[in-house]
Every structure is written in C-alpha cells, then in structure tokens.
Design a protein around this ligand. Structure first.
Ligand code: AHM
Ligand code: MG
Length: 330
C-alpha cells in the first residue's frame, strides 16, 4: 500500500531542515482546520440556501449569516485556539483584532472568503492569508504599527481555492508548494510550483470590461500585447492566480483612473495589500515571478500605512512584469 505524505508531515520536515520551531505547525494546523470547515459550509450552504445576505432568512425561517461572516468567525476561532497569534487583520472586520494580548508570536492577515461575486453561484472563492512573526529580539514591540509589515517580512503566505480542495503555500526562501485534499480530507504530496517559461501557455487575467478606465499607458500595453496570450478571468483572485501559477502569464487589477463617472475611479486600486496582493505576490516570488503596483514599485516592498490599504496589482511571469513596468514608467 502506498501512503501519501500529509501537509503536516511536509511542514515538520521543513521546520526541522531549517532549524525552526514547531509553533508554525500548530498555526498551520489551525489554518487548515479553518479551511476545511469553510469548505464544508460552502458546499452545504449552497444546498441549504445558507449563502445569503446577512439579515435575510432561509427556507426554515432562520436568520441567515452571510457566508463571509461565517468564514471570518471560523478562521478567528481556530487562530485563537492556537494561543500563538498576537493579532489578526481580517477583510471582514474594520479594526485590528487582538487575539492573544499576553503573548503569541504571529500576525495573520486574511481574507476568509475572497471573490464574493462568485458566492451566489457556488463558484470558487478564496481563503487567503499572510503570516508575519514578531521580532523575537523584542525590537519594535509595543510600537503602534508593529503589525504593519511589508510583504517581504512575511514568513509564509497561502490560499485555499474553496470548494475545490486545492491549497497553495509559499514559505519564505523555501519555495511555493501546491497540495490538494484527497477523499479522506488529508492533503496529498506537495508539488513544487515554478512559473513555466513556455510562453505559448501564458495567460492574461484581468477584468477586460474595465479596460477603458485604466491609465493610457496600460491601455496601450494591452492593445500591443493581449493578442499574444490566452485570456482567462474567474473574478476570484485565488482561482485566477491558481491557474496562473501553473500556466504562467500575468494577473492584473490596474488602478481605475479614467472612469466616465469620476466618483468610481480607484487610483489606489481595488485589491487589499496585506491579505490579497501580498499573498499572491509572495507566492509568485517563491515561484520565480514578480509583482508590482501602479507606480512600478514591487508589491512586497510596500510598507503599509493602514491595515486595509488598497493597491493596484500586476503579478506573474517576470518577463511580462518587466514589460509592464516599462509601460508604467514610460
Ligand atoms: P472582494 O474582496 O470584494 O471579493 O473583491 C476581491 C475580488 C478578487 O478576488 C478579484 O480578483 C476581484 O475582486 C474581482 O473584481 P471585479 O469583480 O471588479 O473584476
Ligand atoms: Mg477580498
């Protein structure tokens, strides 16, 4: 009989190899438990009509909790139970949440259910997270913005594509890995993800309906380059980025600066830096790619000023990112 390596076994060996503690395993075990629970709710919720808007009622007359709120509660519950998390930032809650004031070693930034427009259709969504660790030498501790880490200070980042059972995790300087849940709900052996060089498989992924609202330099880049690539867009970052990691190419969510209704411009971009852009940028770097914001600055170098800060995002194969950078700086 052949047994597959589990995720925790993989992580245990990784931690040993890099002479690291097992605290991270406890944290990852909680994150995986949360993902499995969200996945279960997502699958059954659609059937039970439980994915509705907060405040509405289901067929049994019970109040329906919005799927995003359920997912947030699940993640928070499991993270609290580790007693190793200091604070979290969740897309669903305005404030930073103190989880374990007295101690702990990790900061977790997450979007428990990203890609909300897919929820009503039961189509894939993402649970995305980034993890930073407190400075063990005590530096910065007590300072007000201790949690506001740039992506290049994260120790790990990952995403679950819910409800497909697919999970991707990047560990700092140790690669980007893909796992998928088998029928017994454990994870099968890790596959190292490296963006392929073969350009004929490369894909472009962006909301094409927004093209005329982008900056002129990006519109020009699209006009000159898009016909060379296949176009794919799911509308949930985790799903779109999942494809991109295997096929190569570029996902982008540029700044909206030319909207006919100026009130709808988003010069800062739409996606959130700490738990959306940084997560994919971190995985992409470990897979040999790169990521930029609208000014051409590497996403992972941006020091956040606020925890829900937005950013424009260009992420993917280095050659495309370099070419976009030239366009952005032209
Ligand atoms: P959300 O956090 O409100 O779900 O928005 C984030 C999502 C991303 O997953 C996705 O890439 C993007 O927004 C899609 O936006 P749009 O519908 O404008 O194309
Ligand atoms: Mg989101």
């Amino acid at each position: 009989m052949k047994f597959e390596q589990t995720l925790l076994d993989f992580l245990m060996r990784h931690q040993e190899k890099h002479n690291r503690t097992f605290h991270f395993l406890v944290l990852m075990d909680a994150i995986v438990s949360a993902a499995k629970r969200i996945e279960l709710y997502y699958r059954t919720g659609a059937l039970k009509d439980n994915l509705g808007l907060a405040g509405s009622t289901n067929v049994q007359g019970e109040e329906v909790m919005k799927m995003d709120d359920i997912a947030h509660e699940i993640v928070l519950h499991y993270l609290k139970s580790t007693e190793r998390v200091i604070q979290v930032v969740s897309e669903e809650v305005e404030e930073i949440i103190d989880v374990n004031k007295g101690g702990g070693r990790y900061f977790v930034y997450f979007d428990p259910l990203d890609g909300s427009s897919n929820v009503a259709h039961g189509l894939p969504v993402g649970f995305m997270f980034g993890i930073a660790k407190k400075n063990l030498d005590g530096s910065m501790q007590g300072s007000e913005d201790y949690h506001l880490r740039a992506g290049n200070e994260y120790i790990a980042a990952g995403m679950f594509v819910i409800p497909t059972g697919m999970f991707t995790l990047a560990l700092r300087d140790a690669g980007c890995w893909r796992f998928h849940m088998d029928e017994t709900s454990t994870f099968v052996k890790p596959v190292r993800m490296l963006l392929p060089d073969v350009e004929k498989k490369w894909e472009l992924s962006y909301n094409a309906g927004n093209t005329e609202t982008f900056g002129k330099n990006i519109q020009k880049w699209i006009a000159e380059n898009q016909s060379k690539y296949v176009f794919r867009y799911l509308g949930a970052l985790a799903g779109d980025f999942h494809r991109l990691l295997a096929n190569g190419g570029m996902f982008m969510y540029p700044a909206i600066v030319n909207h006919p209704d100026p009130k709808k411009n988003r010069p800062q971009g739409k996606l959130r830096l700490m738990y959306e852009a940084n997560v994919v940028a971190f995985m992409c770097r470990e897979a040999g790619g790169d990521a930029l914001d609208e000014s051409g600055t590497p996403i992972l170098d941006i020091k956040p000023k606020t925890h829900h800060q937005r950013t424009a995002l260009y992420v993917g194969s280095k050659k495309l990112i370099d070419s976009v950078q030239k366009a952005l700086k032209a």
